[in-house]
Design a protein. Sequence first.
Length: 311
Amino acid sequence: MSVNWLVVGIGDITRKRVIPAIEAEPRSFLRGVVTRELSKAEAYPSVRGWSTVGEALAGDHGIDAVYVASPVFLHAEQTMEALRAGKHVLCEKPVAMNFAEAEAMVDVARTHGVLFGVAYYRRAYPKLRRAKELIEQGAIGKPLFVEGIYHGWLESEERGWLRDPALAGGGPLYDVASHRIDACNFLFGKPERAVGLRSNALHELKVEDSATVLIGYAGGVHGVVDARWNSRVARDEFRVVGTDGALELTPLNGPVLRWSGGEEELPVASNAHLPAVANFAAAVLDGRELMCPGQEAIWTDWITEQVMRGE
């Protein structure tokens, strides 16, 4: 048994991570790609290339699952087209341009009885999963505060579409902040309220270059996520504070977890997308629980929408 994949969008992420992850996953096989520039498909001569999702799904090409890695404004349309065709879908983050689109994607998957997951791959980080375990065990007492910070410079020109709100929805709020927001949601569940600020502190863009989000969770836990494209000093911080201690995960993308019980070395996979692809394949073939099901991932979209509406 295997999962035959169609990958939608041939960009930086798919070339460097998604397609290599599919090729490395023992029960996954790349069967086709969708790209508006069919010349990009020539890099994968053993698979078929199409210019639209509709063309790829029109015939009997043995496709079981679709990885949607197009710009955000296409996520809802392409995901729902695949779901309605009876294909399982693993979608890049964020889920959609707004919460209504995200909810519609979940509803279509439920109606058609197929899987819909989102590639918030940090949920597979061993140290984030260990942090969740320690919180549930009471290792830091009652949790009070969670913080995720990502500071960096503008994305490469190759991903220039991220600077267009019509294509990406927003700047760092939609891009890098969404990963940290989902990590907070993974630890503390469905958010109860959210507010935030966006600004252009340095760059004159159509999207923000700075975003700060405040999230309220059950039990009085407060979350703060701050993401920027205007810092030449790179920061990747993540911590959880409780009444009796703290969990330090900085840098989030590194292996170390520090707490009062000591320091634990929990390495991240060399290809961060591989655990997400492997989990999805196991969900399709073995009925394993999805690492990040759509119905959980959309609460990041809800938070993002609260920030956008509050301005």
